[in-house]
Design a protein around this ligand. Structure first.
Ligand code: NDP
Ligand code: 8X3
Length: 249
């Protein structure tokens, strides 16, 4: 049975992925900052798979190597790392943006992914096997107004993913990236700093992707035979043509 280390398991895409992977026979290390949600997932899924939960913030640069080193014996060998934790903060033109929002996006979306990859990839290199899957975004391929820093953070995730694939190629490690378009999760609630009404409007008038749609893509990428790596995937709802073109009623 393969062991997956999944960040951002408490909500949205990560939560749906945890549910689907547990049902498909993967053992899971689930992480996020909201411990109650991690415990709920562990209780609900533990009849399907072995689940270990870890409450930490992906910005904890100093702590992450210790967290990985202190995993219980049964979870020490990590076959798959899914760097999913991330969010957008704010939807402002650059001259009005909050610097704290920018720091959150760069520190969580980009640097958090790098810290986890740095801590977990050496054991994959040693074993000459493994799979790292990063969740970037359509926003990493295409910018849109009032999203410069989020788009930059995701573009950086995509560039880093390509570089990581090249670095890890000699060791037989697969490195993949999935880029979703609009997915209805808690993402917009976080982006609008908890304003649920504003968040709801993002998904009105068309049918967005669900977290489960993306989880299915993740499961597909992970379950390809050893010689196949789905390196890069764009998944959009049928109503979306680009970051700025969405067919609405
Ligand atoms: P959600 O807000 O529903 O989930 C975000 C997850 O990331 C939560 O589990 C949250 O856990 C975790 N997270 C956020 N910040 C941190 C942190 N500092 N440390 C640890 N965990 C953190 O959003 P989505 O499920 O939509 O987002 C998942 C990924 O998908 C993100 O990388 C996002 O950028 C990307 N994406 C989303 C799209 C969308 O339209 N929704 C489209 C394209 C990409 P907790 O708060 O408990 O720490
Ligand atoms: C999340 C999708 O369109 O809000 O990456 O940037 S979008």
């Amino acid at each position: 049975m393969k062991t997956v280390f999944l960040t951002g398991a408490t909500s949205g895409i990560g939560k749906a992925t945890a549910e689907l992977l547990a049902a498909n026979g993967y053992n899971l290390i689930l992480s996020g900052r909201r411990e109650e949600r991690l415990k709920e997932l562990q209780e609900r899924l533990s009849h399907l798979a072995d689940i270990h939960i870890l409450k930490f913030d992906v910005r904890e640069k100093e702590n992450i190597p210790n967290i990985i080193a202190s995993l219980p014996e049964a979870f020490k060998k990590i076959d798959i790392l899914i760097n999913n934790a991330g969010n957008a903060y704010g939807r402002d033109p650059i001259h009005e943006g909050l610097i704290e929002d920018w720091e959150n996006m760069i520190d969580i979306n980009l640097k958090g992914m790098l810290y986890l990859t740095r801590a977990i990839s050496p054991q994959m290199v040693e074993r000459k096997s493994g799979h790292i899957l990063n969740i970037a975004s359509l926003a990493g391929r295409e910018t849109y107004p009032n999203g410069a820093v989020y788009c930059a953070s995701k573009s950086a995730v995509k560039a880093a993913t390509e570089g990581i694939r090249k670095d890890l190629n000699p060791y037989g490690i697969k490195v993949s990236c999935i880029d979703p378009g609009l997915v209805e999760t808690e993402f917009s609630e976080v982006r609008f700093h908890g304003d649920k009404e504003e968040a709801k409007k993002v998904y009105q008038g068309y049918i967005p992707l669900t977290a489960f749609d993306v989880a299915e893509t993740i499961e597909f990428v992970l379950s390809r035979p050893p010689h196949v790596n789905i390196a890069d995937t764009l998944i959009l709802c049928a109503d979306q043509a680009s970051s700025t073109i969405v067919r609405k009623e």
